[in-house]
Design a protein around this ligand. Structure first.
Ligand code: ATP
Ligand code: MG
Length: 349
């Protein structure tokens, strides 16, 4: 039996997490769900944005479902010492879980092409999964300095670091269209040469059914908006992935439609990419789609239950078409949308 820790957090976090939990209960009634505190609310209650009892609960968790963390710009939380601010709880959580792969699906839902900044013909059918290496590369290597008029950072990867994130991409591709594009700058960077060689070797050794190609990051930056349908799974290192995933996040046209997963060797972390939206918190109008889709990713990538995840994806697509929320130009509030997902689940095969 699997244990899922839920961390609703601040702002709209509790509203959208409640929706995701209702959906999880419907498709995976055997899961043990345990709710704990994180962020500003946790500071108010326990004086710590990641309190010991939350840390304890993480130790035997199989997956973590996170809502959102943080307050409005004028929140008193922002004048606390840095270590006590809500966002520190999030950083501590990420560190605790040690996730090395960040997954962001970029999908244009059928019927919602008009929200995309791309022309409808280009937006239609876009379904990309970006897998970004999260713990290595230029952001993390110790070899860095600024002195006088000179400064440097170092982009460094080892074969095991490349292989573990590439495995995530290949596994995901096997569940999808079976295509991986590995993104690098191998015409200029030695570190990219290693990246390319190791990704290719792993494919040739263990994932022969997956089609792998290699592209340069500058070319991908152009093609991901000029012709996004050419991509299935994209795998890349930390810095390139940081930039490409924010670029691609614009394509669906709404923050409320963007779930994410962070995977490591232990429990994975699943959360919407949007913030705590303090401007609409407590009004019952937040779009819970990204939180519900994050629960879907939890089932797919965290607990390896693709059937239950597919059920959620289908139900969310139906609900988005029939009952779009206000951020999508519709009328549905959080409760109406959630009921629509639940009833689509009941009637699905
Ligand atoms: P962060 O807290 O990560 O810095 P932010 O403050 O820039 O992010 P968000 O909190 O994501 O941004 O909110 C940006 C805008 O999008 C707000 O107007 C918010 O109301 C809206 N928004 C974000 N998420 C949702 C959602 N799930 N449903 C409806 N509106 C949303
Ligand atoms: Mg915010």
């Amino acid at each position: 039996m699997s244990k899922v820790v839920t961390l609703p957090g601040d702002g709209i976090g509790p509203e959208i997490t409640a929706a995701a939990v209702a959906v999880l209960r419907e498709v995976a009634p055997d899961l043990t769900l345990e709710e704990h505190a994180i962020g500003g609310g946790a500071y108010d209650q326990y004086g710590d944005p990641l309190p010991p009892r939350t840390r304890d609960a993480l130790k035997d968790a199989d997956a973590v479902l996170l809502g959102t963390v943080g307050g409005a710009h004028d929140s008193p939380w922002n004048s606390l010492p840095r270590a006590l601010r809500p966002e520190s709880g999030l950083l501590a959580l990420r560190k605790e879980l040690g996730c090395y792969a960040n997954l962001r699906p970029v999908r244009v839902q059928p019927g919602l092409e008009h929200l995309s900044p791309l022309k409808p013909d280009l937006a239609r059918g876009v379904d990309i999964l970006i897998v970004r290496e999260l713990l290595g590369g230029i952001y993390f290597d110790g070899d860095r300095q600024i002195e006088g008029g000179a400064a440097y950072n170092t982009m460094r990867y080892t074969t095991p670091e490349v292989e573990r994130v590439a495995k995530v991409a290949f596994w995901a591709a096997e569940q999808r269209k079976g295509r991986v594009t590995s993104v690098d700058k191998a015409n200029v960077l030695e570190v990219s040469e290693l990246w390319r060689r190791d990704v290719q070797a792993l494919r040739d050794r263990s994932y022969r059914t997956v089609h792998l190609n290699h592209e340069y990051v500058d070319s991908v930056a152009m093609l991901i908006v000029a012709n996004p349908s050419r991509y299935d799974v994209i795998v890349t290192e930390n810095l390139f992935g940081d930039i490409l995933s924010d670029l691609a996040a614009v394509i669906p046209g709404s923050l409320g439609l963007m779930p994410s997963a962070s995977l490591g060797d232990g429990a994975g972390l699943f959360e919407p990419i949007h913030g705590s939206a303090p401007d609409i918190a407590g009004k019952g109008i937040a779009n819970p789609a990204a939180a519900i889709q994050s629960a879907g990713m939890l089932l797919r990538h965290g607990l390896k239950r693709p059937d239950a995840a597919n059920q959620i994806d289908r139900a969310v697509a139906l609900a988005l078409r029939a009952h779009p929320t206000r951020d999508l130009g519709g009328q549905a509030d959080t409760a109406t949308f959630t009921r629509a997902v639940l009833s689509a689940l009941e009637t699905s095969p």
